[in-house]
Ligand binder design. Structure first.
Ligand SMILES: *[C@@H]1O[C@H](CO)[C@@H](O)[C@H](O)[C@H]1NC(C)=O
Ligand SMILES: *[C@@H]1O[C@H](CO)[C@@H](O)[C@H](O)[C@H]1NC(C)=O
Ligand SMILES: *[C@@H]1O[C@H](CO)[C@@H](O)[C@H](O)[C@H]1NC(C)=O
Length: 450
């Protein structure tokens, strides 16, 4: 009797440890999250129908149409730097893991999610050296709780230009458009060529007129500070080199590489890791590959972990930061470095996010998932019911399921509480999902999905 019990317990442990998740389903859901973040006039094929048209008067200083694009997180600001990084990452995944997207039956939706950002960048890039960096004020916007459809707050827009440049922002957007050129080249060459023209212009704007976009205008400092632009100049040049084959961009890489001041993996602010693995692939130079191998080995062997095994990089957005690091290590694995180890680790980290601890950090996936994520739109009942700070404070679950959103995630001790007020652990963001989604596409391509 006892041994049967032991066997049963063992069996259960065995089963839960080899649990497979339907990564394809998660990719499909993640793409729904991007729909929920759409600003502007929604298309007729919008599937997340509890969201409606919003911010239809977003305009530049000279009346330029700046509608469209994505709301950043649980708020309604269109932060250009985070949006462009999101686009670069989505494009990278679609380009190098097209088979993963195809297997998830999500290639077309994936391209649509990317195009939604690109079409906005095309509007925001009003002339060669003028690019709108932001629509909506972080300072004003964060005083409001309610639906995006009902916003009455002022929506100022902010630009970078030759007197107030933003090399980080311009180079990241150049990277997004160069990578997207490759995604769309065979889908629509006309569109792809438009993207490439803008990519080249934005890169040369970034390179010639130096500065951090967070020094260009005040409003952004409420919310995101950029640590430097040298990494984006390298990353942007790497993508333009990949898109054009023009070796001039490699000389930019060499010039700027030594000026990179920080090396902390890969995130909306830190591009060096991504640039290294991309350059390793494009140039075959061993210095890049060696750097990546050392970095991934260090992350896997020595980085802090939570008691339940999550590689822990930061308190704020812990899961997304881990996913980004797994993304660059998977790209390193694809170049033949420690492939089994890096892939097994990536799978383990993703499985932590999807339910290995008994909780799924992806809204709407699994049976036990966040029901109170910090997201204004999802927290509001359908109009015409009132939605304001009372709704923020209620302990009721969000009336709308924000399907596919990866929440910030646990703290260093696997600690996490599903409350709306905890934006550090329970907010969502378009850039949280991008790396995560790309890792899933890579794992699907490897045949790891259920
Ligand atoms: C250049 O950008 C700065 C910062 O956004 C802005 O204050 C200034 O008005 C812009 N200059 C022109 C000529 O538009
Ligand atoms: C290709 O892109 C161009 C430029 O955006 C657009 O006008 C055209 O309608 C697109 N063609 C197709 C078949 O989607
Ligand atoms: C950004 O930097 C400014 C000073 O340069 C500081 O006042 C602000 O708190 C910082 N914001 C964030 C979100 O770190």
């Amino acid at each position: 009797m006892k041994s049967v019990l032991v066997l049963a317990v063992l069996l259960q442990v065995f089963v839960s440890n080899t649990d497979c998740y339907n990564y394809k389903d998660v990719v499909q859901k993640s793409l729904l999250f991007y729909e929920a973040q759409r600003s502007g006039k929604l298309p007729s094929d919008q599937r997340v129908t509890w969201r409606k048209d919003s911010a239809l008067n977003d305009k530049g200083a000279n009346g330029e149409d700046l509608t469209g694009g994505y709301y950043d997180a649980g708020d309604f600001v269109k932060f250009g730097f985070q949006m462009s990084f999101t686009a670069t990452i989505l494009a990278w995944g679609l380009l190098d893991h097209e088979k993963g997207y195809e297997a998830a039956d999500s290639l077309e939706e994936g391209r649509k999610a990317l195009k939604w950002a690109l079409d906005y960048f095309l509007k925001a890039h009003v002339s060669e050296n003028v690019f709108y960096a932001q629509a909506g004020s972080g300072v004003l916007d964060h005083n409001y709780w309610g639906r995006p459809e009902d916003m009455t707050e002022a929506r100022p827009t902010f630009m970078i230009n030759t007197t107030n440049p933003g090399s980080d922002l311009a180079a990241e957007t150049a990277a997004a458009m160069a990578a997207s050129y490759l995604v769309f080249k065979e889908v629509n060459a006309t569109y792809a060529n438009i993207l490439l023209t803008h990519a080249k212009q934005l890169y040369s704007f970034a390179y010639k007129y130096r500065g951090k976009y967070t020094d260009a205008f005040d409003d952004i400092r409420c919310c995101y500070n950029s640590s430097g632009y040298e990494d984006e100049l390298v990353w942007g040049a790497a993508w333009l080199y990949r898109a054009t084959g023009d070796k001039t961009y490699l000389t930019y890489v060499d010039t700027e590489y030594t000026n990179i001041q920080y090396y902390i993996g890969f995130s909306w602010d830190q591009k060096a890791g991504g640039a290294d693995v991309l350059l390793a692939k494009l140039t075959g130079e061993s210095k890049y590959l060696t750097k990546m191998k050392n970095y991934c080995d260090q992350i896997i062997n020595s980085q802090q972990r939570t008691p339940k095994g999550l590689i822990f990089i930061s308190q704020w957005g812990s899961l997304s930061n881990t996913a980004y690091v797994m993304q660059i290590c998977l790209e390193t694995a694809a170049l033949g470095v420690n492939a089994d180890t890096y892939r097994a680790e990536a799978k383990k980290q993703i499985n932590y996010m999807l339910g290995d601890t008994g909780f799924s950090y992806v809204v709407g996936f699994g049976t036990n998932y966040p029901t109170h994520c910090h997201h204004r739109a999802a927290s509001c009942p359908n109009a015409p019911a009132t939605c304001d700070w009372t709704q923020y404070s209620t302990t009721d679950a969000n009336p709308h399921v924000l399907t596919g959103a990866l929440v910030g995630g646990p703290g260093a001790n696997d600690d996490y509480t599903d409350v709306r007020s905890d934006y550090v652990h329970n907010e969502v963001a378009t850039y949280y999902n991008a790396g995560f989604q790309s890792v899933l596409a890579a794992l699907i391509e490897l045949g790891y999905s259920d």
